[in-house]
Design a protein around this ligand. Structure first.
Ligand code: ZN
Length: 131
């Protein structure tokens, strides 16, 4: 298993980790298989989305803010319940195909660590297996 470190840039941000994940795939030596990604945090997650226009990440942030606003009747004492809910909505894992030693992604797709309670340094665990 390979562990990536990702420094996030804002309270809520989407960090493109595609090249770091591809590096882990190359390091694994696997040519045909699966790349499993896991984010071991409760206020961050992983998503695959457009990596051409950065406005898409901005708009995803706004939409998630609309879906999960702060509420006075949230009970969690840390005060970051929206971040926990967004983390569950986005999900903690992704599985991607590996073909010819390369991640298989659509032309406009990138892999993002979605930060909801940053900025901080986050971990992403990567396991590449032959399949
Ligand atoms: Zn919390």
């Amino acid at each position: 298993m390979i562990q990536l470190q990702v420094r996030t840039s804002g309270r809520q941000s989407f960090e493109d980790i595609t090249s770091q994940v591809q590096q882990a795939v190359s390091q694994s030596g696997v040519q045909e298989g699966l790349c499993h990604l896991f984010c071991p945090h409760t206020t961050a997650g992983l998503t695959v989305n457009e990596n051409w226009d950065p406005s898409v990440q901005h708009d995803m942030g706004l939409a998630l803010d609309d879906l999960v606003p702060q509420r006075r009747d949230f009970r969690h004492s840390e005060g970051n319940s929206p971040a926990h809910v967004k983390s569950s909505l986005v999900g903690a894992s992704q599985t991607l195909f590996v073909d010819g030693g390369r991640l298989v992604l659509g032309s406009w797709q990138g892999i993002y660590l979605a930060e909801f309670d940053g900025p901080r340094t986050r971990k992403v665990l990567v396991k590449v297996v032959t399949a």
